[in-house]
Design a protein around this ligand. Structure first.
Ligand SMILES: [Zn+2]
Length: 128
């Protein structure tokens, strides 16, 4: 399921919360909450591809069959800040997890986006 303006205004939400990079993304990179090359969800390995897209509003997608998560750095409409790409990555991961445990919930974009933003916040604020 993609993340974009046509999905409950999730794109606007992420932008509002995190602005356009800056301090937030610096903190994230320092905490090493970066976008990995691949992850396992429910025992299945997903390849993570970071690239540009010709789409207008899609910021990310997960393909359960091909086992690929796409994260976009630039759409036809705008450049996507790294801090926002992080949220998009977790958004797609939450979709993947929910497909394993509660597929119906995966259709709730607001829930998925809320989970993604909270997860990023947890990582960002973690102290060890
Ligand atoms: Zn979504």
């Amino acid at each position: 399921m993609g993340l974009g303006a046509d999905d409950n205004g999730a794109e606007v939400h992420a932008g509002d919360t995190f602005g356009s990079g800056g301090e937030f993304s610096k903190t994230l990179w320092r905490c090493k909450v970066t976008i990995p090359k691949s992850v396992k969800i429910g025992g299945k390995r997903y390849k993570v591809c970071v690239s540009k897209t010709n789409e207008m509003y899609t910021l990310g997608e997960i393909d359960y069959d091909k086992r690929v998560i796409n994260i976009y750095t630039k759409t036809k409409a705008r450049k996507i800040p790294k801090s926002e790409q992080q949220v998009v990555f977790w958004h797609e991961v939450v979709h993947g997890i929910l497909e394993e445990i509660k597929p119906k919930l995966s259709k709730d974009e607001q829930f998925v986006q809320g989970m993604a933003e909270h997860l990023v916040d947890v990582f960002k604020s973690a102290r060890f």
